[in-house]
Design a protein around this ligand. Sequence first.
Ligand SMILES: NC(=O)c1ccc[n+]([C@@H]2O[C@H](COP(=O)([O-])OP(=O)(O)OC[C@H]3O[C@@H](n4cnc5c(N)ncnc54)[C@H](OP(=O)(O)O)[C@@H]3O)[C@@H](O)[C@H]2O)c1
Length: 366
Amino acid sequence: MCLLFRLYFLARRMHLSWVKSALVLWRNIMIKVGIAGITGYTGEELIRCLYQHPKVKISSLYARIEKPIHFSSIAPRFNKKIDLMCEPLNAEHMGDNCDIVFLALPHTVSMEFVPFLLKKGKRVIDLSADYRIPKDSYELWYKHEHTDSENLTQAVYGLPEINREKIKGAKLLSNPGCYPTSIILGLAPISKLISQCLIEPIIDSKSGTSGAGKKAEASFLFTEVDENLRCYKANEHQHIPEIEHFLSYEAGANIKVHFSPHLLPVRRGIMSTIYLNHESFSSIENIQKMYNDFYKNEPFVRVRPLGKFPEILDVAETNYCDIGIKFARGMLIIVSVIDNLLKGASGQAVQNMNIMCGFDEKEGLF
Ligand SMILES: NC(=O)c1ccc[n+]([C@@H]2O[C@H](COP(=O)([O-])OP(=O)(O)OC[C@H]3O[C@@H](n4cnc5c(N)ncnc54)[C@H](OP(=O)(O)O)[C@@H]3O)[C@@H](O)[C@H]2O)c1
């Protein structure tokens, strides 16, 4: 299976259509996926997407436990659906039992597993921030030494709308952060204009509480979050270098942003409202056309008619990013919404897996 898997990707890279056809049969064989971090929010979402995926088989589940226990005793909602033991986190076990491993683990933990899995010839999709940005930026913003520089330089950033071709050949896929997904998609169609006009977008984002993971922290208690709205890490959030790095990559020139996140008392969803003040945006019909053209073939981005803004409930529980733009009183305003656990994490990870494996990009996703 592993050999076929490698042959297939080699054929894709070399554009060998005869080998590709010879391997058509293989494409109907299920790929074995493992998921690490299944007690967390994104781990559970991965299971929900992959469980209904027709081309993959969930072969192994991993959690921070001492010895194997039945998965349904950790997650009763999957009882009678998934009959699997959950294993302790163990790179060798992952290497022996999976073709692709999803790491839904905190940053700094993922890089403990990646080097071994890649050496074993496995493909890895990492949801953490460990392989998204260059080493110096990572160490500055995440305040932790990066111990896997070699693989960091090989990792492919998994935002399909700007990086699809590279994703096809990725061995290590670095899945984007949730805020960066909503913001980069909100700005990508006009990134060149932004850099040419030296504009620094001002971004106000609001996220549901699942964006912070299952943390036992006082600031995330129901009584602290419910009926409240809180700004945090104003213009110093660790997602800033990721947003700037990949917007600049798309524009081909440096872009600087100002970004302040807020904690919204909903379970899931992100709304990013982006302000750009420049006379070049007054031709709003042209700007709208740039958005429509940029995303016309994208399966998971929907652009609203001019002047109509999307809402979080339009995308909650889906893998869509919805975008609306408007020009008012000298200001271009862009609203971009996603479900942080799907397009902002697990849904996008499955979309990336589909691209890496040559499946229909929409498979397993709503
Ligand atoms: N939540 C989002 O919206 C979102 C969006 C994009 C990216 N991400 C990224 O995706 C990753 C997972 O996020 P999440 O929201 O699912 O987090 P989460 O709900 O906090 O779950 C984290 C998972 O990692 C395990 N874990 C925690 N510390 C560990 C350690 N030191 N060693 C081994 N395992 C450990 C947890 O196990 P225990 O149950 O034992 O603690 C849990 O299974 C993070 O890197 C996060 O930044 C999250």
